[in-house]
Design a protein around this ligand. Structure first.
Ligand SMILES: [Zn+2]
Length: 144
């Protein structure tokens, strides 16, 4: 049996899922600023002209924190069975800081500056069992 999956939101990352997912960002054609998620206008120069750009699939952990309680709903629409998780900013080299969920829930196993790799994780599930996928960053196994 195969579990059906769908994206949490269109246009955030490459789909269908692959072994090496990539985030979809935008590079401003006027000033070169790379942004994620894609904005309608460049946040630096306000130009509406941008080209889609796949971001690097790994970077370094810039900072992180623990989400230790269920966020207010709305806007949070995750599962009712809440487990604390970590969120962080990952700096993709020369590109942009990306905020995302981290796969490692134990903050003692994370350190600022460590290598992180993009991955996709189930965020919640629809009533019919379809997994809703979002992106997250996992500690890079090669950096130990
Ligand atoms: Zn710009």
């Amino acid at each position: 049996m195969t579990t059906t999956q769908r994206l949490v939101a269109e246009g955030l990352f490459t789909w269908p899922p692959s072994a090496q997912p990539r985030l979809i960002g935008a590079e401003c054609t006027a000033c070169g600023l790379v942004s994620f998620p894609v904005e309608t206008h460049c946040v630096r120069c306000a130009s509406p002209e941008a080209e889609e750009r796949l971001l690097a699939d790994s970077g370094t952990l810039w900072t992180f924190t623990t989400q230790g309680f269920r966020p207010p709903s709305p806007p949070y629409d995750g599962p009712d069975t809440f487990e604390p998780y970590t969120v962080g900013y990952v700096e993709l080299p020369g590109e942009v800081l990306v905020e995302g969920r981290l796969t490692e829930p134990d903050p003692d196993k994370l350190r600022i500056g460590q290598r992180m790799r993009l991955t996709l994780v189930p965020y919640t599930a629809d009533a019919d069992g379809t997994e809703v996928m979002t992106f997250a960053f996992a500690p890079d196994e090669e950096d130990v």
